[in-house]
Structures are given as C-alpha cells and as structure tokens.
Design a protein. Structure first.
Length: 115
C-alpha cells in the first residue's frame, strides 16, 4: 500500500481454481479481508488508500477495503487483445474519481517466444 502499512499477499489453495488474496494491516495485526478469485490473478495494484485493483485472466475487479467484509466488485471483462493468451499485463490505472480505467498489456506475434 502506498500510504498505510498494509500488505496484500497472493497464494494458491490446493484443489481450488485461481489464486486467493489476503490483506493485512501490519500496524494493528488485523486481517482486512481474503478473496478467492475464480481464475488466476495476473496483476494487482493499489489504486487508492484502501482500494486494490485485481486483474485476473478474464476479469478486472476493484476491492474497497475501507468497508468491512467487502468483496471485490467486477469492473469489466477483458476482451479483444486484452484477453488473448500470451499477453502480459504491465500496468493498470484509473482517474481520481475511478470513473475510467486503463489496462496496459504487451504481447508479441508468437506469444512471447521471441523478444
């Protein structure tokens, strides 16, 4: 987290699809939340003091951790070139009102086999 002493950790639960994310406040030793994503998480980024963007293989979510017991909200489904196999997510941004989002990916014609 860019401001508070909060950390987000990604892991895999054996037998479950996708990844899970756990968020902890290191000052208070409090677990702020845990989320089991439906598919693999390929990128995540703090987009606000208590807002975590989670980019999965198929969808993009925003998780407002300022609200207790909140769950990530699906913002949009990755489509077109953004959803193709072999792309690498390199950035995610929003404007200050979080009314628009920008997902940046890179790819090669042979799905990353050459640079």
């Amino acid at each position: 987290n860019p401001i508070d002493n909060i950390i987000a950790l990604k892991g895999v639960t054996e037998g479950q699809p996708g990844h899970f994310v756990q968020v902890f406040n290191l000052d208070t030793k409090e677990k702020l939340g845990v989320y089991q994503a439906p598919d693999s998480i390929v990128f995540w980024k703090w987009i606000g003091n208590r807002m975590l963007a989670i980019v999965c293989e198929k969808d993009v979510y925003h998780w407002n951790l300022a609200t207790q017991s909140s769950v990530p909200e699906k913002i949009f489904t990755r489509a077109g070139k953004l959803a193709e196999a072999g792309v690498q997510v390199i950035s995610y941004s929003t404007n200050s009102q979080v009314s628009w989002c920008l997902l940046t990916v890179i790819s090669t014609a042979d799905q990353g086999k050459t640079i």
